[in-house]
Design a protein around this ligand. Structure first.
Ligand code: ADP
Ligand code: MG
Length: 327
């Protein structure tokens, strides 16, 4: 607790001189200057305590995650981060919390050259809402609507780690301490695939970030594109990997649990994207150039709907819904 007021709090923890934006924190509006020939990409994501994060999360990790989930949306559009705003409801002024939160937030912001240019601060139940602004060449944004029958379906990174950690927190699963720490880090400090998204411009035909689970979020691409897809459940389940400990971590999970974690785990800030078969080498090169693993997991088909099949090509009977706060 402290006697810090709203404006001192903003000045101490959330005001830094704007470097690339013409006007940052302190006026009624900030001013941004996207380069000539670029479009502004804008996205907001809100984190509510108990709903999107547990009260046990370290403040620095929460600061990281609040921005990471937003940068992930820019990544999915192939946009380059420019700036963000932060709307914050705090139950009280807790300077230790503010110090940790702002440290984690700015570490990730600096890593992406994305600056905090404004926001709003109020008292209330802990709630964080960031809006990010990025730039993308006019007409060059990756959209959900471009997938074509015959395209490959790809996914970045690994899937299911955050779900494993959440299951441990909920007492539904146990993991050795070292593996839990790695899974927890994936859940609390996700890596937004910003460099991959930009590298896929002009290569991917559609993209989406799969924060609500691969099956559900890929469904958005299929509907927007007017197509369907066939996914190889076992290629996907093979993406469950906690750091270098994939085998140890997956050893205790049966096939059904592996598929559930990877296809519908949620909180995976990876990209699912589609690209023509002729672009396979270009996709692999984009993965290498951005230091991001990419895996081919299926193909787009003309018939609507998502068909998830096992290694023998037999359809799975298990259902994998996307996350819906009101379902
Ligand atoms: P207004 O009254 O116009 O809404 P405020 O008095 O709420 O402005 O905020 C003062 C300045 O501080 C504004 O430039 C606003 O963008 C900025 N600001 C408020 N909260 C934050 C925050 N959490 N992070 C960064 N900037 C903030
Ligand atoms: Mg205000």
């Amino acid at each position: 607790m402290s006697g810090l007021g709203e404006f001192d709090l903003i000045a101490r923890y959330f005001t830094r001189p704007a470097k690339r934006s013409p006007l940052g924190v302190g006026d009624d509006c900030a001013l941004l200057a996207p380069a000539a020939g670029m479009q502004l990409a804008v996205s907001s994501d809100m984190l509510v305590e108990g709903r999107h994060f547990l009260s046990t999360v370290e403040p620095a990790r929460l600061g990281h995650k609040a921005l990471a989930v937003n940068l992930s949306d820019l990544a999915a559009c192939g946009a380059k981060p420019l700036a963000f705003t932060l709307a914050l409801a705090l139950p009280q002024v807790d300077e230790a919390w503010l110090e940790g939160f702002s440290r984690g937030l700015f570490a990730l912001a600096d890593a992406h050259g994305c600056e905090l240019v404004g926001g709003d601060t109020t008292r209330g139940p802990l709630n964080l809402c960031i809006t990010v602004f990025g730039e993308v060449p006019t007409g060059g944004a990756l959209l959900r609507s471009g997938a074509q029958a015959g395209d490959d379906v790809w996914v970045s990174g690994t899937l299911g780690d955050a779900r494993l950690a959440l299951d441990v927190f909920r007492g539904r699963r146990t993991l050795p301490a070292e593996l839990f720490a790695l899974a927890r880090a994936r859940m609390e400090e996700p890596t937004p695939r910003v460099a991959l998204g930009q590298a896929l411009r002009g290569i991917a035909s559609a993209a989406v970030d799969i924060s609500d689970g691969l099956a559900g979020d890929l469904g958005h691409v299929l509907r927007a594109s007017g197509v369907g897809a066939r996914l190889d459940a076992d290629a996907v389940a093979g993406r469950l990997a906690i750091g270098a400990h994939a085998l140890a971590a997956t050893a205790g999970l049966d096939a059904q649990a592996r598929r559930a974690c990877t296809l519908a785990g949620g909180d995976d800030y990876e990209l699912a994207f589609t690209a023509p078969v002729t672009a396979r080498e270009a996709v692999a090169q984009a993965g290498r150039a951005s230091g991001t693993p990419v895996t081919r997991i299926g193909s787009i088909e003309a018939a609507p709907g998502l068909r998830i099949v096992d290694a023998q090509g037999a359809p799975l009977t298990q259902r994998f819904g996307g996350f819906d706060h009101f379902a």
